[in-house]
Design a protein around this ligand. Structure first.
Ligand code: ZN
Length: 683
């Protein structure tokens, strides 16, 4: 409970909020008053935008709010049927259940001077690490999303108990709402420009976790603890002149603007949007809003959440500067600073100018958190206008980075997805990795379906091709997707509905699919416009129970050269990045697990073959080793699947030919994604 002296300090401290009277609303305890809290993050209308000047120098209340073209289905409404995704989710679920809550809470209790006899965790959750506490936030988010995806009540109980314990720590830490695993004095250092840890970063994860528990588990205590933290954040940041606040933003602060904007939408309280805006890092956002790329040399994952927050602030304020910044940033990173996998960064930084990547094929390429965050931003930008370029990128990064990370043996995530030819995937030792990518790694596999389907009042979008079912409650329609994609080059969509329903079905035609075709109940569907790659097949009709749409998406081999060196190129098959299997020479397979994100070296490099095939005729020298499997039944299908989508070069490898498989299926050995091409040899 927040006491009256705090209320007085907020009201008379000269913050923007003091003038609005919004502070009084925010500290009103919500428990018991709001039996059905607003849970829809996309609900923007109720904010009273005339209360405060939300857009800096812009006149208040003069900008209209944007509307969404397509919003994602809730995790609860999508049922995954794909066996590989189910395995990954199951491994993560088991891990969430196995994590020891007392160990996770240890640093919070120590900081609050509450007793704890638990054994401390390791690396970034060790008792002296500046990141401590962040993993608990990811844990809460992952439990919430996993609960929404599976309905497993054990997660609800576990996350709920943890929120109760965090509430005790918060109460013990005073009456300001502060909650963290480290002392508040660290913020003095941060504000005074002294060396400081990534304090806001850790707090952002905890706040986002609490919001997720509230949203997915309808836990009012989570919202109460979160509002306490937000009130403290308001007090802490409201005291600082803007220039000083901006200086603190030079230290990584996660998505503080995003979580506060989301809280504002959930509670319909504009106060939190004012606080969110204090975390707008102008040195980075302003150039992007003007279409200037100033990212070179910057730490990559520090920047992405700032733009996720900006996108959310656009949705809640209508200020086009936020929109322009988020869209420009996405374009630069997704289209000009990413590898063929959709991942970005080398040694965690944007080290080179746009479209310069040939020098960036290192063992420390592609921090996995970055792709987690880029997918979040991409999903958000897709909702605005449902543009296919966002869905194309989403598929690229989801299939070729996220799904390429968990070791099939145990689901263990990884930090970097190295692009150095001859590199191997280095996974965390289960139960010993508590780095950022372990936290986002938990989340990735607890919300697997969130990019699959979108909708609005009269349209449904199918963006990804995985065996699954979506329940469109408002329309009384269940759409079932039956496919063995990517083993199968297409999908079929089956309608289940008690009564006919009129809507437009938008089926994505990916950037890689030339010659796509659609049949409706067995008859060719003739679209108004040709089904070009990177578009949608739009079928507007009254759908009946049993209606069936078959989609053929021809896959072919294609090359993606690195932008600044035409002799360096990756080979793709349809949506899949193929990697060469290079074996375990000079590599102890047991040592591909590490408890340190930097332990990627230690084994001598090996020579990697170069390719001398004709780059314009890949079919001539890359042959299928086994044809795609036609019938999936039982155990036989599993072994067939492991062999499917396997290719081999023929008389083109120098000094020897190589076997190519989807990068997301190559584990426990060396690989190569970008090949050095020699001039083609005439036959
Ligand atoms: Zn990370």
């Amino acid at each position: 409970m927040i006491r009256r002296d705090f209320l007085r300090r907020v009201l008379y401290s000269g913050t923007a909020l003091a003038a609005t009277g919004a502070a009084a609303r925010a500290i009103t305890p919500r428990i018991g008053q709001d039996a059905t809290p607003v849970l829809d993050l996309f609900k923007v209308d109720p904010l009273n935008l005339t209360d405060v000047n939300l857009t800096g120098t812009d006149p208040p209340g003069t900008q209209s709010l944007p509307t969404f073209t397509a919003i994602p289905f809730r995790l609860e409404d999508v049922r995954i049927l794909d066996p590989d995704l189910l395995r990954m989710r199951e491994q993560t679920l088991d891990y969430l259940l196995a994590l020891d809550s007392d160990r996770l809470l240890h640093n919070f209790r120590v900081n609050a001077k509450l007793p704890s006899s638990a054994e401390p965790l390791y690396n970034r959750e060790s008792p002296t690490n500046g990141w401590r506490g962040h993993y608990v936030g990811h844990f809460l988010s992952a439990c919430s999303q996993m609960y929404a995806s599976t309905g497993d009540v054990r997660l609800k109980a576990k996350a709920g108990a943890m929120v109760s314990e965090l509430a005790k720590c918060q109460a013990q830490l005073g009456d300001m709402g502060y909650l963290s695993a480290f002392p508040e004095s660290g913020f003095d250092d941060l504000e005074q420009g002294r060396p400081a840890a990534v304090l806001w970063y850790a707090l952002h994860k905890i706040m986002a976790g609490l919001l997720d528990v509230h949203e997915h588990m309808q836990n009012p205590q989570a919202l109460q603890v979160l509002e306490g933290m937000a009130a403290w954040t308001d007090w802490r940041t409201g005291r600082l002149p803007e220039e000083q606040m901006q200086r603190t933003l030079q230290i990584e602060f996660g998505g503080m603007n995003e979580v506060l904007a989301n809280l504002s939408a959930v509670t319909t309280n504009p106060r939190y949007l004012v606080v969110a805006k204090r975390f707008d890092h102008h040195a980075v956002l302003d150039p992007a809003a003007q279409g200037r790329d100033t990212l070179t040399t910057l730490h990559a994952n520090t920047q992405i959440p700032k733009f996720i927050g900006a996108a959310r602030e656009f949705e809640l304020t209508g200020n086009p500067r936020y929109r322009d910044a988020a869209q420009f940033f996405w374009q630069q990173v997704a289209l000009h600073r990413s590898y063929v996998t959709g991942g970005n960064s080398a040694s965690e930084h944007f080290r080179t100018p746009p479209d310069v990547l040939a020098s960036e094929l290192t063992d420390l390429s592609q921090e996995t958190c970055n792709t987690y965050n880029m997918l979040k931003l991409t999903r958000q930008l897709f909702t605005w206008r449902a543009e296919p370029q966002y869905a194309d990128y989403y598929e690229r990064a989801f299939l070729n980075h996220i799904l390429a990370t968990p070791n099939p043996a145990d689901g263990s995530p990884l930090y970097y997805l190295g692009m150095q030819p001859g590199q191997w995937k280095v996974h965390f030792v289960p139960h010993e990795g508590f780095f950022c990518c372990c936290g986002t790694g938990l989340e990735n596999f607890s919300k697997l379906s969130e990019g699959f389907y979108f909708h609005n009042e009269h349209s449904l979008w199918v963006n990804l091709f995985f065996a699954s079912e979506v329940n469109w409650r408002e329309k009384g329609v269940i759409l079932r997707q039956e496919t063995r994609f990517p083993e199968e080059a297409g999908t079929r969509l089956l309608m289940q509905t008690k009564s006919p329903a009129r809507f437009t079905l938008n089926v994505r035609i990916p950037y890689w699919a030339e010659g796509a075709s659609v049949t409706l109940n067995g008859k060719p569907f003739e679209p108004e416009q040709k089904l070009e790659p990177s578009s949608y097949a739009k079928i507007d009709r009254t759908w009946k129970n049993g209606d069936r749409v078959d989609v053929k998406l021809p896959m072919r081999l294609h090359l993606q050269p690195i932008p600044d060196d035409p002799t360096l190129a990756a080979i793709m098959y349809g949506p899949l990045v193929l990697a060469g299997e290079l074996g375990t020479e000079n590599l102890d397979p047991k040592r591909i697990y590490s408890d340190d994100k930097f332990l990627h070296g230690g084994f001598p490099a090996i020579p990697v073959p170069e390719l001398a095939g004709d780059r314009n005729a890949l079919d001539k020298w890359i042959q299928t080793v086994s044809a795609p499997v036609d019938k999936a039944v039982g155990q036989k299908a599993v072994s067939q699947k492991n062999a499917a989508l396997t290719f081999r070069t023929v008389n083109a490898g120098r000094p020897q030919d190589v076997t190519l498989r989807p990068f997301n299926r190559v584990f426990n050995q060396r690989y190569c994604v970008y090949w050095k091409f020699r001039p083609a040899v005439e036959a």
